[in-house]
Design a protein around this ligand. Sequence first.
Ligand code: SAM
Length: 327
Amino acid sequence: KRRRDGPEDLEPPSKRLKDSVLVAEHYNARQDVGIQQRLESPIIGLKSFNNWIKSVLIAKWAAPSLVPANGRRTNAMFGKILDLGCGKGGDLQKWQKARVKEYYGLDIAATSVEQARFRHQSFRPSQRFHAVFQALDCYSHPLSDVLGPDVLSSPFDVVSMQFCMHYAFQNLAKVRQMLDNVSRWLRVGGRFVGTIPNSEQLLERLKGLPSDAEELSFGNAVYKIQFDNRDIQTYGQRYSFFLKDAVEDVPEYVVHWDNFVELAKEYGLHLLIRKEFHEVFQEEQEHADYGPLLKRMKVVDAQGVSQMDEDQWEAANIYIVFAFEKR
Ligand code: SAM
C-alpha cells in the first residue's frame, strides 16, 4: 500500500472542482419532499434514527454552551449558532427546541439553501428565531464572503456540521479553510459538533476485501460504499457513497480521525467526545428525555420496537458523533 501524506496538490485543480460541483448538483437536485412522503421513505427508520442522534448531540453537547454569561439558562432564546452544510434546514426544529436566538445556515447547494429558508418561514411566528441563509462553498471560501462585519463582530456559541464535514477531505487546503471557518468566529468555550463516517470502520472493511475482488465495495440493500483503490491517503482518499432514497453515488472522502484531531488543535479546537452512533443509542436510550424522544421521533414504535431492519442498523453504525471545545 502506498501512503500519501500530503499534498492535495497531486490532484489536478479541474478534478477538485468537479467533485464539489457534483456534490452541489446532487443535493440541489434532491427534492424537499413533504412530511407525508418523508414518512413513506423505505429508510424512514434510519432517517428518524439519524435525526434522534442529532437531537441528542445538540441537546447534550451543543446546548450547554448556549448559556448566558451569568450561567443562568432560562426559557428565553439565547445564543448564536452556525450550521455549515445546513442542507434543506433539517435541523432547524432541533435548534428551535434548543431555544437558539440567532441561526446562520450556509451550504454549497443554493437550491437547498432556498428550501431551508422556506422551511424556516413556514414555522409559526412564535417558533421563529432570527435566521440567515446563504449559499457558500464553505471549504473553499471564508465566511466573510457572505456574512458581513455586523454578523461576525460577535462570535458564535456553537458551530454544527452534520453529515457534511467529510466532503472537505478532498485535500488539505479545503480542510484548513473549513477549520478556519469553524474556529475563527467561535467563542472560547464554544462547541463544534458534528457527524461523519467512521474512517476506522471504512478502512477495516476495505482491508477485509479479498485481494482479487473485482470491485472495492461493500454494503447491503440500503447502502453501498465503493473505493477507487486501496491506497491510504491522508487527504483525497475517495469513495463513492450510495444510500437508498437519500444519496446517489456521491464522491466522499475518508476522514483520518487521529490526523484530524491533531490538525483541529492548531485551530484551538480540542476533542471532548467521539462516539459511534450505536454507543450513543446504548447510553441514551433510557435517558429521561432522550428515551421518550425515540418514540416521538418514530425511531421505535409505540411498543418500543425499532423501525430499522438490520440493513438500516448497519448503515447507521457507519457514523460517529463528535464534539470539540474551542480553547
Ligand atoms: N446538514 C444537513 C443535514 O444533516 O440534514 C445536510 C446534510 S447532507 C448529507 C450534506 C450537505 O453538505 C449537503 O447539503 C451539501 O450540499 C453540503 N456540502 C457539501 N460540500 C459542501 C461545501 N463545500 N460547502 C458547504 N456545504 C457543502
